[in-house]
Design a protein around this ligand. Structure first.
Ligand code: GUN
Length: 299
């Protein structure tokens, strides 16, 4: 039986680190990181995620604001809010919760966020920086997964990593981040021969949003299994993208759902916000002045 990776416990430690660093920033520079979260419509899952992000921000001493817009908000109104937040010196991080309703142009909205305030790492400039291996904000879920690998002493260098799912939020950035850490990376999708690819993985990351798509019998004995999926069962319980019980028998380490990757995403969002504030994204939007927001205190 593989060991469980306790994402809740690791996330609590990351939050404590961020809280201590935020306290220093406040003491030394009078600077309080500010996170603005934008949600459109009434998707219950988005509502839950956004409220946990806001609560976590408050707990580490950040300022946070939630903008809940009507489902039929216009593209212009949403862009105008993003522009306003771009200009607001108290806001260091902007997050637009996805998915957006179909009438909105998600790409245009993500591109409107100033790259320096893009704490999700979804802006094309940040995505390009990741591709090129240059500094920039990285998406929170893959960042959290790397931290979990580090915690269990799993260095991706030289290992076969298989990423199931090619989303811009998890699969693609995860693959690039593992590649940067010298793993041999395979990205799988709906046309892949999943059983055969999965069975070769030393590190398996699954992020597709299909309940128990990856069967436990496919898992290579001794593999590290990271399950990003959060799917609701008929009885209301949560279940991942991997058939947990059988996979756990073969894996060396495995993340549970819930309590694995989920809490890490929120913790890494806080870290990205702290870093944006430290780099001075609030006041100037540039990376060149270290603390232009110094002297501003929390309201
Ligand atoms: N929807 C699902 N995951 C995420 C995320 O990490 N960030 C945002 N903004 N939306 C999401």
């Amino acid at each position: 039986m593989g060991q469980l990776i306790d994402g809740k416990e690791v996330a609590a430690r990351v939050r404590a680190e961020v809280k201590a660093e935020a306290a220093l920033l406040r003491e030394r520079w009078g600077l309080v990181p500010g996170l603005a979260v934008v949600r459109v419509g009434d998707d219950p899952a988005s509502r839950t995620y956004v409220s946990s992000k806001k609560k976590a921000a408050a707990e580490v001493g950040f300022l946070s604001w939630e903008y809940a817009l009507e489902a039929d908000v216009s593209q212009e109104a949403l862009l105008s809010l993003v522009h306003q937040l771009n200009e607001d010196a108290a806001v260091h991080g902007i997050l637009v919760q996805l998915p957006l309703p179909g009438h909105l142009d998600t790409d245009a909205v993500l591109a409107a966020v100033r790259p320096e305030k893009d704490v999700d790492g979804f802006h094309p400039v940040n995505a390009g920086s990741l591709l090129l291996g240059r500094p920039g904000a990285r998406p929170c879920t893959p960042l959290g997964i790397l931290r979990l690998l580090e915690e269990i002493g799993c260095d991706p260098a030289g290992k076969r990593a298989v990423v199931v799912g090619r989303s811009n939020i998890v699969g693609k950035p995860m693959a690039l981040m593992l590649l940067q850490r010298h793993a041999t990376v395979t990205v799988c999708h709906s046309r892949s021969d999943l059983p055969s690819e999965v069975s070769r993985a030393d590190i398996l990351v699954v992020a597709v949003g299909v309940r128990e798509l990856v069967k436990g019998d496919w898992v290579r004995p001794g593999a590290v299994v990271i399950d990003v999926g959060i799917n609701r069962r008929e009885d209301g319980g949560l279940v991942g993208d991997v058939e947990f019980a059988r996979a756990a028998q073969r894996a060396s380490f495995i993340t549970p759902v819930p309590g694995g990757v989920g809490p890490m995403t929120v913790a890494m969002l806080l870290r990205n916000t702290l870093e944006a504030a430290t780099r001075g994204a609030g006041a100037s939007g540039t990376l060149t002045e270290p603390f232009p927001g110094a002297g501003r205190l929390a309201r």
